[in-house]
Every structure is written in C-alpha cells, then in structure tokens.
Design a binder for this molecule. Structure first.
Ligand code: NDP
Ligand code: 2IT
Length: 460
C-alpha cells in the first residue's frame, strides 16, 4: 500500500530529529574533534531520506553504533634519531566497523595527525569500502611523525617501532593497513619487514601497497589517481563531455596527484598546475610529469624546484591560490579542507564543470554546497577516491590465491569498479529524489550495505 504524504512528512521529521540527536551526542562526547564532526555531519544529514523511507534503521540504532568505533588504539612510538636523541610520537589505529569484512584503511604519517583526523578518515572509510563492493570493513591509523627531512634510517627506525606495537592488533583477517599521506612504498616495506620478523611467518595479506616483488599488486600505486579520473570520466559522460582538450588543475604532487595527472594526460587533458604543502606550480604548456615524478617520488624534493628545469613555469608560495587558476576540471588530491567556500566560488566563476575528489574530504561542507548549487559535476571523495582501497582489496585477493594478475587485468577491474560505484551512487541519488547529488547517493548506497549487514549480525 502506498504511504500517505502525511506519513512521509512525519517520518522525515523523525529522521531529521534522530540524525540531529546522534550528531549532537557525537559533538558533546568529543567536543574537540572538529574534522570528525564534519565527516559525521556530511554523512548523517544525507541519510535522512533513506532513514525516512526505512525507519527500521532507526529502530536498530544503526547510526549510534556507526559513529562509535568498535575499537580505538593509541600508543607510544619511541625511536632514536641519527643524532642519538630519543623522540616520542603518538601512534593510532581506529578499528571503526567490521560489519562487511576485516578493518581496512591506510596509515597517515603527518605532524597534523590526531584522533579527530584518524576518526574522520576511518568513518569515511566504512562507506567508501562498502561502495567498492569488496568485503572490507573500515579503519584508519597513523602517527604525528613527520617523515619530511628524515633520513631513510630514521624512517626505518620509526616505522619498526610503530609496527612493534601495531602488529598486535592487525592481521590478514582482522585489520589490513595500507598507505596514505606520508606512507608510501618505503614505509610499507619497512613495516612489512618488521611484522614478518615479529610474527615469524609470511602473511602477505597483512598490508597492502606492498612492492611488486614481495606480494604487491600491479596498478595499486596508480589506482587512486587513475580511479579518481575514471570516476570523473563517468560524470563527464553524463553531459556528453570528456577529458579530451580540457584544462585540469590537480592539487598535491604525491601518490594520488601524480597518477591523476598521468591518467588525465593520457586522456588528452592539459594539466596546468599541481602543488605541495609549500605552494603550487603553474605550467601553461602542461606539467612535465617525468620531472614531477623524479622530484617527488625519487629525490623527495620540493615542487618549487620544478621551475628551475622548466623556465616557462611559475611557482607561487601558499596552497590556496591554486584554485584561482582557470580550469575545466579540478582534482583536489592533497588533503582535507583544501577547497573552502571562497575557493569553490572562484572555481565556479572560472567555469569549472567538474570536481572529482582524490583526497579525503578536500572540500568543506560550504564548498560542496556551492558546487551543488552551481550544478558542477561533483564526485565525492568516498566514491571518487575509492579506487585505491578497491585495488588494495584486489591485492588481498591475489595474496590469498598466491597469484598475480597483470597490470591490464587489475586496471580493467579498477575501471569496472569505478563505473559501478558511479552507477550505484547515481541510482541511489535518483531513488531518493536528488538525482544530481552523488554525495548523497554515495552515502546512501554505502550506508545500506553496511547497515543491512549490521542488522542481521545482531546488536554487537
Ligand atoms: P602523499 O603523501 O603521497 O602526498 C600528499 C600530497 O599532498 C603532497 O604533495 C603533500 O605535500 C600534499 N599535502 C599533504 N598535506 C598537506 C597539507 N596539510 N597542506 C598542503 N598540502 C599537503 O599522500 P597521498 O597522495 O597518498 O594522499 C593524498 C590524499 O589522498 C590524502 O587526502 C589521502 O587521504 C587521500 N587518499 C589516498 C589514497 C592512497 O591510496 N594513497 C587513497 C584514497 C585517498 P608535501 O610533499 O609538501 O608534504
Ligand atoms: O583513504 C584511503 O582509501 C586510503 N588511504 C587507501 C586505503 C587502503 O587500504 O588501500
């Protein structure tokens, strides 16, 4: 029997009240966790339509359970620098939700890392991982250690100390970390070595993002950046558009940025700018990617050095200005809250037609609102950057089967996964009355998979 409009209105009010009460409680309990509040607000508010339509999610207390991590671990990480001084950092692992699989999510090493940042990342990861269609739960970890300016030996001693504590809580069937900001192939290698040494066995599936020679997956390194572009391709297709002959701005110059630039260039775009935490480079002729790769992946230098080799390019100090460069497509791939309301308005005024988020939560809530109102194609992080963790899950699968797929096989699976994430997000957005809102669609599609699994597993 169709539900009357009075009942729908009543349920909508109930759902709004429920969401507000859960959000208020989160803020009351941990008043200082502003990044976590932001992620919770974004997700919970977009779930109102699905809670109104399916009130049993409210009866099962799904949101109260979802916002509370299953387990949070913080620990001391003592290590010695090259000068023989003792340093102490803080380690974190937040095991957020294991309804659909072992906890899965990266480790971030950056001086800004605190519990709020790890919780926001872990919370996002729950729905992101569900969207990939792979059996992986949500988690995140890291440390306030700053790898910048440290020697290889210091990074090794730090990561060994970090793993000496973390190993107790992870394993191929319990929790599988990977990289994130400041954690790449080098750090994963040291951590894998230490884990193997302590455990006394070769558990390849305990970490992903491993080197190709010892259990890594081809195309994992490229997966987040490529996936972010594949997601944008789907969005653009819906308006008969493509990357061909477009102008693209990519923030950051790390793992995600480099491979977003590579794929955008392969698809015929001119990428005119990228950045690091000191500032951004603008090269109207198009960024010369081999230089960026060498500077950032091999030499670990600043992006400002690019202009000494490419005199046609300019370097500007500070990160915010990058969004004032005119572009058709913006790919924020550096860090959270790098696009605020003003930056979003500037992009819209400059004619940007699509934004695909390679980083986690790079746009503030106000910026997202600006994009939606201006009908900019907006690919939300948990959908657009899910390619990385999706290929991590493929790495786990290959480790379990003790075989390796070719680059082309993994890339084809990645493309299929990104298409499917786009289609599922679009379908959910359409079904809940806001067809252009892929953020709402992604949240609802991911949420329903997790919530349905939580319900059948009982109150745990
Ligand atoms: P990297 O450490 O490889 O690169 C990070 C890049 O962003 C660097 O250019 C760095 O500059 C810049 N950056 C970092 N922090 C800041 C800051 N506070 N202000 C300005 N610039 C900053 O990390 P990734 O490329 O792996 O990660 C980038 C983003 O993508 C993050 O949001 C991460 O969570 C997200 N992500 C990563 C995935 C992965 O598979 N690696 C998967 C999904 C999302 P500098 O060199 O100066 O530090
Ligand atoms: O934010 C993310 O999805 C990641 N950093 C990748 C996580 C993973 O487990 O590959």
């Amino acid at each position: 029997m169709p539900i009357s409009s009075a009942v729908i209105a009543e349920r909508q009010t109930e759902a709004e009240q429920y969401v507000r009460s859960v959000y208020d409680k989160v803020v009351r309990r941990d008043p200082n966790e502003v990044e976590f509040h932001q992620a919770v607000k974004e997700i919970l508010e977009s779930l109102v339509p699905v809670l109104a339509r399916h009130p049993h999610y409210i009866q099962h207390g799904i949101l109260e359970r979802l916002v509370e991590p299953e387990r949070m671990i913080t620990f001391r990480v003592p290590w010695m620098n090259d000068a023989g001084e003792v340093k102490v950092n803080r380690g974190f692992r937040v095991q957020f939700n294991s309804a659909i699989g072992p906890y899965k999510g990266g480790l971030r090493f950056h001086p800004s890392v605190n519990l709020s940042i790890i919780k926001f990342l872990g919370f996002e990861q729950i729905l992101k991982n569900a969207l990939t269609g792979q059996p992986i739960g949500g988690g995140k970890g890291g440390s306030d250690f700053d790898p910048k300016g440290k020697s290889d030996a210091e990074v090794m001693r730090f990561t060994q100390s970090f793993m000496t504590e973390l190993y107790k809580y992870i394993g191929p069937d319990t929790d599988v970390p990977a990289g994130d900001i400041g954690v790449g192939a080098r750090e994963i290698g040291y951590m894998f070595g230490q884990y193997k040494r302590i455990r006394g066995g070769y558990e390849a599936g305990v970490l992903t993002g491993k080197g190709i020679g010892y259990g890594g997956s081809l195309a994992r390194k490229e997966a987040t950046g490529y996936g972010c572009v594949y997601f944008a391709v789907e969005m653009l297709k819906s308006r008969g558009l493509s990357f061909q002959d477009s102008t693209v701005v990519v923030s950051g110059s790390g793992n995600v940025s480099i491979y977003a630039i590579e794929k955008a260039q392969q698809l015929g775009a001119t990428v005119v700018a990228c950045s690091d935490s000191n500032g951004y480079i603008y090269d109207p002729n198009g960024i010369h990617l081999p230089t960026v790769k060498r500077l950032k992946e091999v030499e670990r230098k600043r992006i400002s050095e690019y202009v000494t080799e490419h005199p046609g390019a300019t370097f500007t100090e500070g990160c915010e200005g990058i969004w004032s460069i005119q572009c058709d497509i913006a790919l924020p791939c550096a860090t959270q809250n790098e696009i605020d309301e003003d930056a979003a308005r500037t992009l819209v005024a400059g004619g940007t037609i699509a934004v695909s988020e390679g980083a986690n939560m790079p746009s503030t809530l106000e910026a997202i609102d600006v994009f939606h109102k201006a009908k900019v194609l907006f690919g939300p992080a948990k959908a657009a950057n899910a390619g990385g963790v999706a290929v991590s899950a493929l790495e786990m699968a290959q480790n379990n089967m003790r075989l390796s797929w070719t680059f082309e096989e993994v890339d084809a699976k990645l493309q299929a996964i990104m298409r499917s994430i786009y289609n599922e997000s679009l379908r959910a957005a359409q079904a809940h009355g806001d067809p252009d809102n892929l953020l709402m669609g992604a949240n609802i599609a991911g949420f329903m998979k997790v919530a349905d699994s939580m319900i059948v597993q009982g109150v745990i």
